[in-house]
Design a protein. Structure first.
Length: 222
């Protein structure tokens, strides 16, 4: 059976232009009019994309960068029992601002970050990335921080190992076993053990602080 599929070597923009030209030829539309419609459509699409980028830029910095007028204790000494109220307050602000078109027009929080910096700086320096130790527990003001730590552990080489039940040899733990370890173990222990490993990473004592995971997902010293 003949394959009618043809591979195009044109870019997306070139393919779009080709479609407009073909449309003009089919319906006998003057070339100048087709060119005007194409340019107008491209302009609208570009403006909409620009507004979308500005909107998400503003929302990221609105969430991550605090104002000098925010309550100091909610930023530096945020307590666990106040976190729910803090989220509710932010949600009210978000609902109000989300319906305001001005959030799409200009990057409103540029004055809060250094010259030449952008959202990456805001993400790295945000005070809600802090980890609080309270009542013998590590509390993350932003749950994404916990996820980032877990991803770092999953990708960490020469940290988590598994033992062959036949000959007792050690090999790097498989990803499924690492995930079982993260799901089964108390996060306080996970966090402290990994922090201890990072403290000695690259030194002669590195392997002393590695962990061996058994088939149940429980870890012990190497």
């Amino acid at each position: 059976m003949e394959d009618n599929h043809k591979t195009s070597y044109l870019s997306r923009c070139q393919e779009m232009k080709k479609c407009y030209i073909q449309l003009g030829k089919r319906y006998n539309i003057p070339y100048d009019l087709i060119k005007y419609i194409y340019n107008h459509t491209r302009k609208i699409s570009t403006n909409e994309m620009k507004k979308l980028i500005i909107y998400h830029n503003n929302m990221i910095m609105f969430k991550l960068i605090t104002s000098p007028f925010d309550q100091y204790d909610r930023i530096e000494y945020n307590k666990y029992d106040k976190q729910i109220e803090r989220i509710r307050t932010w949600k009210k602000k978000y609902d109000y601002i989300n319906g305001w078109d001005g959030f799409n027009n200009d990057i409103l929080f540029q004055y809060r970050i250094p010259d030449g910096k952008g959202c990456e700086w805001a993400i790295n320096k945000s005070p809600i990335r802090k980890v609080i130790y309270k009542d013998d527990n590590y509390i993350f003001l932003d749950i994404r921080e916990k996820i980032i730590i877990e991803l770092k552990i999953l990708s960490e080489e020469n940290y988590l190992w598994e033992r062959n039940e036949v000959d007792g040899s050690l090999t790097p733990a498989k990803i499924k076993l690492k995930i079982k370890y993260l799901n089964k173990s108390p996060f306080n222990e996970i966090y402290e053990d990994y922090d201890d490993f990072l403290t000695h990473k690259g030194t002669e004592e590195q392997y002393i602080h590695c962990l061996v995971i058994d088939r149940f997902g429980e870890a012990s010293g190497l």
